[in-house]
Design a protein around this ligand. Sequence first.
Ligand code: FAD
Length: 450
Amino acid sequence: MKQILWFRRDLRINDSAILANAKDEVLPIFIFDKNILDKLNKDDKRVTFIYKSVLKLKEDLKEIGLDLAIFYSTPKEVFETLKNQGFDSVLCSVDFDNYARKRDEAINKIIPMQTFTDSFITHPNNCLKKDNTPYKVFTPYYKNLEFIWESESLVLFERNKNLKKIEFDYDFVPTLQEMGFKKQKLPEFLEKSADELINEFSLKISDYQEGRDFFYKNSTSNLAVHLRFGLISPRELFNKIKKMRAIKSQKDFYIRELFWREFYNYILFHFPKSEFENLNEIKVDWNEDETVFQKWCEGNTGVPLIDASMRYFNETGTMHNRLRMIVSSYLTKNLLIDWKKGEQYFASRLLDYEASSNIGSWQWAASTGADAVPYFRVFNPYLQSAKFDKDAIFIKSVIPELKDVNAKLIHSENGVQSNMFLDYPKQIVSIEYSRNRAIEEFKRANNEKY
Ligand SMILES: Cc1cc2nc3c(=O)[nH]c(=O)nc-3n(C[C@H](O)[C@H](O)[C@H](O)COP(=O)(O)OP(=O)(O)OC[C@H]3O[C@@H](n4cnc5c(N)ncnc54)[C@H](O)[C@@H]3O)c2cc1C
């Protein structure tokens, strides 16, 4: 038996389903997929991070007597070549987004694939309502999984220690430049391993529930990127959280967040159309004004908190969860722009971009998705900045021209613009007017549905 172990979004050797289920002679591989890479900007930070992680995986595999063959090609070409070389099965972890599903269907026809639920704790088919239909609301879904999250630890995969490395050309390692990319500066937390981040988080988990919304602080775990690329398995993270010396309610709160990740994966699995359509099927008359959308992307809306969030995002590829909630609410409600445009903009540069979480969260913000925010609950960005960044620390750190402005002015509508010595963009919409416009439009769209 000649097995291919296809690493994709599970770039680790610990708690690895494929290393546990593999037998005999194996060829671990990673493909820098031209279908994906060709569509990315050449300064995409994620490629730098993946590249670094793939090289680390290669080293880790060498330490256990294996190696990693690296390809820069399309999966179809790679597997056709490997089939001709006598490989007869592929082991990999499941991947549910639209491109991944189609890709895997095609590969399965070339060499049969065996897939494992390795990037998530639960398989979406393992949690259905009594009538065998999927949940659309988080709380009952989560309740149904109580037997998992109440357990003290989850079983991890033990690596098969008898695997043998197949002779192969393991020397080919394309450089970033050869693939058309430039090495990018990554945020400091991405220079750390998952274990280092977990250790840091163990010192602050006691403040997680209260502190996690204060976006000028660093109260969250910063583990989303590592989870996304499988540098840590969600099961292992779960176990490590459970073992932390902290009160149960804080640990439970964090684990509940991890299950939002599971939930959105579950929703995308059961409702794949939600990648392209409003899950609740309402038809919103979205604003098509491209200029306004561009101002949101650039961070030139005239609302300091929105502008700081978007400028920071453009610079770093990251954004705090509360800020994501605020900018997505502003785009879909105050500007009445289709969530899909915001979703795609995030997808183009978010370091922790995960199709399911991103689509689910955008549909949440737009009041079109599963367990979404009610349409009449529109975040007021000024109240949000006053509440979660009283001294405007975050805003001032991103927008230096506001550094000497009184925080109270920053937190009031048109406050910054009232200072005639400042050259700051005018608001593109009034908060009150645009909020009412959105509520009217969503009311109409919801009424028409029934
Ligand atoms: C509009 C919008 C888009 C988003 N897009 C993504 C995305 O593409 N990828 C992504 O991983 N998260 C996304 N999120 C969720 C959340 O913002 C990030 O998971 C979080 O900011 C990552 O930081 P952290 O690891 O420090 O989070 P922590 O607060 O430490 O949370 C721990 C982990 O729980 C999971 N998690 C927490 N909140 C959520 C949530 N609301 N939905 C799903 N999982 C969650 C993440 O895996 C996270 O790493 C989005 C949220 C919004 C509002």
